[in-house]
Design a binder for this molecule. Structure first.
Ligand code: LLP
Length: 386
């Protein structure tokens, strides 16, 4: 039985709900910041997409971390939490005029640009306002990260970023735009990456690219943004509550040849918030089939989509029981056969009313919840609220 959750205080809270361990979150942010501060010019922007719960954003803002946003809504959420515009970067292949205009008006630090038409749109809107927009070109580094196909993004031809062959033309265009200032290069190879060699490959690509730009254009840009992607241990949340930030930043420090004065930016999402979050649900029924036993919980794929969408495994624990052992499929109530959290897992003998924890759910959990089947969105409870 897990004793690390204050289950006795959960009494009246309606399930399903996300529970956030504020102490662990703060500790994680501290470790990340401490490790980054060992190197000159390392900056962390939190990838808001991982979790935009206002209380979480507030804690991240208080820690002094910037924001990486992919929509106007995220820019607003970051600003509302108090994150200064000067620490906000805005990426995404489909920024609308409205989103660009509002971000220009807010005075964000940088647009990570991903196509020529987007560059022209930002130029036009900046020109109308007589302001200069800082941009970084998102380069597609063609690195195959060892992670789920749906969350690798750095391969040659996909909707993200600018390919190597088009880079020269894109730089020429940005430089010809009077209201754009090219301040950096942006990369992102994927998410949930635990093999540091993938980041080493990215560093090598960036080094080659920087050498080439220096030789061919005598160009040295002040900012390099390497995106996010550091993975977490979904399999052993208690053994590894805080990701190995020391190794992650050391990998970049060792393998990336930063030029004099260059700033390095990281867009960390999952690694900062995943382990502090747990989805709690209650067992509605235990149903016996002919060969299988199903634990039907009151959380569904609409509350935590990752297992259905990516075949992701979140450790599932029965925090109400510790007697016996049985093999179960843990499923939700949604009318979709993919509404399965895990199959054939061992749990103590489970009964109607037991509380079930799904661990490592702080990233892309609450943030990806939706209202299918007219279900209410899951609530959130902070450890400090109890
Ligand atoms: N920067 C860019 C440009 C990104 O596309 C992403 C994530 C990040 C930073 C943050 O990556 P992180 O540090 O969290 O790995 N919903 C999926 C993950 C999608 C990630 C999308 N991009 C999941 O639940 O696994």
């Amino acid at each position: 039985m897990k004793t690390s959750f204050p289950v006795e205080k959960f009494g009246n809270i309606e399930t399903p709900f996300y529970y956030y361990d504020v102490e662990l979150l703060k500790e994680t942010l501290n470790v990340a910041l401490q490790e980054a501060s060992k190197y000159n010019g390392f900056n962390i922007h939190y990838a808001v997409k991982a979790n935009f719960n206002p209380s979480i954003l507030q804690i991240i803002c208080d820690a002094g971390i910037g924001a990486d946003c992919v929509s106007g809504g995220e820019v607003k959420a970051a600003l509302n939490a108090g994150i200064p515009a000067s620490k906000i970067v805005f990426a995404g292949v489909g920024k609308t005029d409205k989103e660009i205009a509002e971000s220009l008006d807010a005075g964000i630090f940088c647009f990570n640009v991903e196509s020529l038409p987007e560059i022209y749109a930002i130029e036009e809107l900046a020109s109308e306002r007589s302001v200069t927009a800082s941009v970084a070109i998102r380069v597609n580094p063609n690195v195959a990260a060892h992670t789920h196909a749906n969350i690798t993004t750095g391969l040659a031809e996909n909707k993200f970023g600018i390919n190597y062959e088009q880079l020269d033309e894109v730089i020429d265009v940005v430089e010809s735009c009077k209201h754009l200032s090219l301040i950096g290069l942006h990369f992102h190879i994927g998410s949930q990456i635990l093999d540091m060699n993938d980041f080493v490959t990215l560093c090598n690509r960036i080094n080659e690219l920087q050498d080439m730009l220096q030789e061919q254009r005598n160009m040295l840009l002040p900012h390099i943004n390497v995106g996010g992607g550091l993975g977490v241990r979904y399999d052993v949340p208690d053994e590894c509550p805080i990701p190995d930030f020391a190794n992650y930043f050391a990998t970049y420090a060792k393998h990336l040849n930063l030029r004099e004065g260059q700033q390095l930016h990281f867009e960390l999402g999952r690694s900062l918030v995943a382990q502090c979050g747990t989805l709690f649900s209650r067992v509605t029924y235990v149903k016996s089939g002919t060969r299988k036993k199903f634990v039907i919980v009151d959380a569904g794929m609409n509350d935590l989509l990752r297992p259905a969408l990516y075949d992701a495994h979140h450790c599932i624990e029965n925090v109400s029981a510790n007697v016996g052992e049985e093999i179960y499929d843990v499923v939700g109530p949604i009318c979709e056969s993919s509404d399965v959290f895990d199959k054939d897992i061992k749990l103590p003998i489970t009964q109607r009313g037991d509380i079930i924890a799904m661990r490592t759910a702080g990233a892309y959990g609450e943030a990806m919840s939706f209202g299918y089947n007219c279900r209410e969105l899951p609530k959130a409870v902070l450890s400090t609220d109890l």
